[in-house]
Design a protein around this ligand. Structure first.
Ligand code: NAD
Length: 365
């Protein structure tokens, strides 16, 4: 299989974590016979420094020409004084808009070795492995009319059938590759737009007889998320509820440096860590590369349609953590942190070990 990836390392720790992720991507590609074609481009502050723009047409074209985009992180104090439309972060919005990325997938997984890192009690977070599927380009953040005057402020929450159907399909497809449960989160007891959302989601479920569907009101869903997050598999929700729920779900895992994400559209896909450019630790080889590495895993599972590659990488992360290797952000009280590059090498080593075991098991005795 041929596969073109546009690499946008960006700013701060972006290039450091990207370097680690690309090494892992190459190891996986070799194992699963994917012929990678990789091109690297400046974005964000790095692009401003070189081209006076956070996202130039050539970079965008490279994304259009690729099967997937891998993005590191964008921004930093150096560019903070720039006017709003010149800021590095404009590149993110520009990419999402230009690539038509209407769904955002944010997994929150608590690895057994990391149970203590959560701010919740271990017995409540153990076995948590969920994904929030958030609608990204519709709903109240974009609805018209909107505005405010001296007496009132107003926004419009509107979803049309096509928007709900396509995001519901993303959630059902994903659940079909996971544990087969979708929880659709809405506020159908108060909002007509949510009653409509609920009806359409149930219609779509008709095409997915193997996936179960449960509805939850957003207030109850929030409560359940902090009460017992392990009950969820895929949470499907609209833009604003997803914005809030995905951050809450992230905190359940307790470590920003480990959260990957995917943003998908009809034709394009972008994978990036949830964290920012972490200027406080940039250039020190101490960033946690696992969020970026796990984003590569999502790319293999989703765009390359090789879930076995995503699973083996996930297992490699799990055993590396269980072996006690941690970067400074997640190191246990008495532990010695490893560097970004050492974490990369440890994951690569775990991966090679798992692949070797797989070959031995697969070969006839
Ligand atoms: P941040 O995510 O960059 O950092 C928050 C804290 O988490 C910092 O202490 C940082 O050291 C730590 N951290 C983050 N990622 C880490 C990792 N992989 N390993 C170890 N520690 C990690 O958020 P911030 O400080 O609010 O923002 C810094 C810059 O990043 C700003 O310019 C902001 O606009 C930008 N930002 C970019 C994105 C993106 O590119 N998608 C997202 C959020 C923030």
């Amino acid at each position: 299989m041929k596969f073109k990836v546009a690499i946008l390392p960006g700013d701060g720790i972006g290039p450091e974590v990207m370097d680690a992720a690309v090494a892992i991507m190459e190891t996986l590609a070799q194992e699963y016979q994917v012929a990678l074609e990789v091109s690297s481009h400046l974005v964000g502050g790095a692009s401003i420094d070189e081209y006076d723009s956070p996202l130039i047409d050539d970079t965008l074209q490279a994304c259009y020409d690729s099967d997937a985009v891998l993005l590191g992180s964008i921004g930093g104090p150096r560019w903070e004084g720039l006017p709003h439309d010149k800021k590095p972060e404009r590149a993110l919005l520009g990419l999402r808009e230009a690539l038509g990325l209407y769904s955002n997938l944010r997994p929150a997984k608590v690895y057994p070795a990391m149970v203590e890192a959560s701010s919740l009690k271990p017995e409540f977070v153990r076995d948590t492995d969920l994904v929030v599927v958030r609608e990204l380009t519709g709903g109240i953040y974009f609805g018209e009319p909107r505005g405010y005057d001296a007496q009132q402020g107003w926004n419009t929450l509107i979803y049309n059938r096509e928007e709900v159907e396509r995001i519901a399909r993303v959630a059902f497809d994903l659940a079909g590759r996971r544990r087969g449960q979708v929880t659709s989160v809405d506020k159908a007891n108060v909002l007509e737009s949510s009653q409509f959302w609920r009806e359409v989601v149930h219609e779509v479920q008709g095409d997915y007889p193997d996936v179960t569907l449960k509805d939850l009101y957003v207030d109850n869903a929030t409560m359940q998320l902090v009460r017992q997050p392990s009950q969820f598999d895929v949470i499907l929700t609209q833009n604003m509820f997803g914005d809030i729920l995905s951050d809450a779900a992230a905190m359940v895992t307790g470590s920003l440096g480990m959260l990957p994400s995917a943003s998908l559209g009809e034709h394009y896909a972008l994978y990036e860590p949830v964290h920012g450019s972490a200027p406080d630790i940039a250039g020190q080889n101490m960033a946690n590369p696992l969020a970026m590495i796990a984003s590569v895993g999502m790319m293999f599972g989703t765009t390359c349609n090789l879930p076995q590659a995503e699973q083996i990488l996930d297992k490699a992360i799990e055993i590396t953590l269980a072996d006690g290797f941690r970067t400074a952000d997640i190191v246990a009280e008495q532990g010695e942190p490893v560097s970004t590059t050492e974490m990369r090498d440890r994951i690569a080593e775990s991966l090679r070990r798992l692949m070797e075991e797989k070959r031995i098991t697969a070969s006839p005795a």
